[in-house]
Design a protein around this ligand. Structure first.
Ligand code: ARG
Length: 463
């Protein structure tokens, strides 16, 4: 039976000297992995229930252990638990306290398992619910974005390529890009659940165990559908951590792209969107300033999330099988990335609730350039049986002409247009209207008002 007398680590019989205080400070992970206490206790309760079911431990001891674990759960949740760095991590801290509460029978808890399978069981359970929590935040942003879209179906703006005016579009269509991005993120997080559904519990240190355990029983009780297949792989594998960090990174990149865009739109050069006072900060020296700090904050946090993904990739690179202390850092990285993304999603949601697109400025910008040139070329193809390439050249001539005359396309007279293409009739002039242009883009996924209304409905129904 494992002894844990005099508050000593369990390996005291073998390792006679106290670990150097230097190692105690750096080697412990209790400050980080204490967050896993609930998962650890549930995992342990299920483990001892399985041990009892398999007649590996007696009923009375099982009950004592479960009682002790429940007491510990209570103590930790009420902040009455004293975590001690000397016991390295959450697993050993709980085990040590169990000895204090129920005495030497606590020594049966670690039969047929190791911290190596214990820690990944905890972490997998934790990440599973973290995926769901992040998706709930994403749902909130999608809802907020839908509201913006509903209010702006007929708000005209220039769509950009290369940040140069390209074609007129609806502002709703533009913002609904966020819905697409975040819906993809949701799918990505959901996809993780499949791999997270494999229970690691019972592979023990790396080789499996000689006890007649029932891994299926523990898996089912802990909400896992399947079992991992190879004990060595199981304790070495952190792919599920990479998957989670990757999903967070992509989501973070989306947030940064949106933030960057809104920062540009809010800049004095563009003035396309107003940010309410709730989401800006001032300058210590320039009294006139209202800075989009929150947007900059979330854009900057991509450094953390993407950096964390690379940290984990680098930890795993070249790491031989199976468990090494290197792996311990996974939790710090996971928690940091998780907290960062949840925070950024909350901030972005708040920002989106507090922005006001400037419809006049958006229209003015759309109207300022030759943004309906493509519509004119399409018209020539449809009504004057030209190839698109020929129509493109004719249109370029029209644009050159308008530029020379310092006129907008819509201000050109039909006679001026006829000098370039004699067959044109007055009918052509409607192609220069911005709303006509938008409404003509009826192909699936295009910006026509009808399409947008249908899309909004589709997303509302899918809620
Ligand atoms: N705190 C450890 C970690 O997170 C638990 C596993 C310890 N295993 C070991 N063989 N030292 O990695």
């Amino acid at each position: 039976m494992t002894k844990n007398k005099n508050n000593q680590p369990v390996w005291k019989t073998r390792i006679k000297k106290n670990v150097s205080s230097l190692f105690q400070n750096v080697g412990g992970s209790i400050d980080v992995d204490r967050r896993l206490y609930k998962e650890d206790i549930i995992g342990s309760i299920v483990h001892v229930e399985m041990l009892f079911k398999q007649k590996i431990i007696p009923f009375k001891i099982k009950n004592k252990i479960v009682f002790g674990l429940q007491k510990i759960n209570n103590e930790i949740s009420k902040r009455k638990f004293k975590f001690d760095k000397k016991y390295e991590d959450i697993h050993m801290n709980i085990e040590k306290r169990l000895f204090e509460i129920i005495g030497d029978d606590a020594g049966y808890i670690h039969t047929g398992r190791s911290r190596n399978d214990q820690v990944i069981t905890d972490l997998k359970i934790w990440i599973k619910s973290a995926n769901r929590e992040i998706n709930a935040q994403l749902d909130k942003i999608i809802k907020t974005t839908l509201k913006i879209a509903e209010k702006n179906i007929e708000t005209v703006m220039p769509g950009f390529t290369h940040l140069k005016n390209a074609q007129p579009i609806s502002l709703a269509h533009y913002f609904m890009v966020y819905i697409e991005m975040f819906t993809r993120d949701k799918k990505r997080f959901n996809n993780n659940l499949e791999i997270l559904n494999e229970s690691p519990l019972g592979v023990a240190a790396l080789a499996g165990t000689s006890f007649n355990i029932d891994r299926n029983y523990s898996a089912k009780k802990l909400g896992f559908k399947y079992l991992t297949n190879n004990s060595i792989d199981t304790v070495s594998d952190r792919d599920f951590v990479l998957d989670f960090l990757y999903c967070i990174s992509v989501c973070s990149i989306h947030i940064s792209r949106i933030a960057e865009e809104l920062i540009i739109w809010n800049s004095d050069g563009f003035k396309l969107v107003h940010l309410s006072d709730k989401i800006v900060t001032g300058s210590s020296i320039m009294p006139q300033k209202k800075n989009p700090d929150l947007l900059e904050y979330v854009r900057g946090k991509t450094g953390t999330t993407v950096g964390n993904l690379f940290s984990m990739l680098t930890i795993l690179k070249g790491l031989p099988l199976s468990y090494f202390k290197d792996l311990q850092d996974d939790k710090e990285i996971v928690f940091k990335s998780h907290d960062t993304i949840v925070n950024c999603l909350k901030i972005l949601n708040e920002v989106l609730k507090n922005i006001k697109p400037d419809k006049k400025e958006l229209y003015k910008l759309a109207d300022a350039s030759f943004i309906t040139a493509t519509d004119f070329a399409d018209y020539l193809v449809k009504y004057h049986s030209m190839s698109f390439r020929k129509a493109y050249q004719k249109t370029a001539e029209v644009v050159n002409f308008a530029e020379k005359k310092k006129k907008k396309l819509k201000d050109l007279k039909i006679d001026e247009l006829r000098k370039i293409e004699p067959k044109l009739t007055i009918n052509v002039l409607k192609v220069f209207d911005l709303k006509n242009s938008i409404n003509s883009k009826k192909s699936y996924g295009g910006t026509s008002f009808e399409n947008i209304k249908r899309m909004i409905l589709k997303y509302k129904k899918s809620k």
